[in-house]
Design a protein around this ligand. Sequence first.
Ligand SMILES: [Zn+2]
Length: 476
Amino acid sequence: MTAEAADLRVTNARVVTPSGTIDGGVAAKDGKIVAVGTEANLPDAEEEIDAEGNYLVPGFIDPHVHWGLSRYEFDYHEGLAHDFETETRGAVHGGVTSVVNFLLQPDPYLPDMDFFRSVGAENSYIDFAYHAIVHQDHHVEEIEELAEEGIRSFKVFFNWYKHASPELGIDHSDAGRTYRVLDKVSEMPHGIVMFHAENEDLAYELRQDLMEEGRNDLEAWTEASPNVAEAMQIEQIAMLTEFTDSRSYIVHMSTGEGVDICERYQEKGVNVHAETLPAFLSHTKHDTELGTWGKISPPLRGEASKKRLWEGIRTGVVDYVGTDHCPHKVEFKEKGEGKHGDMWDAIPGDNNGIEYLLPVMMSEGVNKNRISMERCVEVCSTNNAKRWGLYPRKGALAEGSDADMVIVDLDKSAVVDDDFYHTMEPGYSTFHGQELTGLPTHTIVGGEVVVEDGELLVEKGGRDYLPRYDEGVPSS
Ligand SMILES: [Zn+2]
């Protein structure tokens, strides 16, 4: 028994710790975890929450979101301020307590670093870090200095240039730029290059054929970018990663072929790892009722890929789950033509991922016995913290870590309706209409209860930018 009283303790929980799951609780003081153990070994605290035998897990970490996409209404910087508030409000309702957001602008990033730090600190409900999308030569030149500012992950769009979203202004990156970026980060502690692996040249040709045939269905969107379009890119990325002895990360991997390729290179000791999305673990191209809401990029696949992705998570080939949360209002997503409007013109991307991440992984993963609770916590929290240099400050229920934690009731369920989400646009996602079982009851950020039984208890702001340095993220 520690003499000094803590601020908060959660008791009567199944606590998922780095060394296993225990019956007991966690105590927090000044935003940090000060004790993990059986109730008798926890200090007294000013506030106590009885978890009623439910799981207590480290807050989930979403490594893949695109704040600022509400740029259809705002300019990019205004959009960032807007989305940090609205989308991280959804995050805390959903049990996500840290986020790594992709910076995306044609201008250099360095001159705006003060803004990027303050816009999150002032508007977010959770701590945040950044990846930078490098799609201009001047972005590549900024890499070393961005590392000094705490950004050490850089995303390359191999192949977005003919894509259906010219408004994003992403320029094409060829194998030369890919080589250059991989080479630059190879010596950088925590340096990672992230890839959207989809061969756009192939997809462009197929898309023309399908449009000429008059196809306008969800499966046509998949046929326009078949499994081989992802596989051939991953193969090339893995080869270049081996050649440069660097580290790469395939974002939103969608195919079973991708799992096979990553496994083959991982067995050779190449540092190529992959993230998948809840959508690819739950939906297929046959879910035609999704209409344009199911238009994501890369597209939904068949049953075989879905099965192989789950298998990859179980065997350790697929080590990360993110969401690719793209906050668009439904009228922009559908371009005003309704859910079953023009498939080719609709904006690609799913909405509300940061809020459905935990419920879907509980519902489809843990509750369906596809993965254990411990593996779920690894791929949605611990591994994400480790890959992005945030561990052990984030991603662990351990003494000294930030007291970011979530109580999960595996029996609690809800239908995803217009009231389910707490973001800018609760009206749609690929999970709309579905019942999800396994929901958070309490979300705790920095030792403070921010959401209890669906009620938001705090104001936005006062959160930390998480810079990743050589030695990782500094403690708060
Ligand atoms: Zn993305």
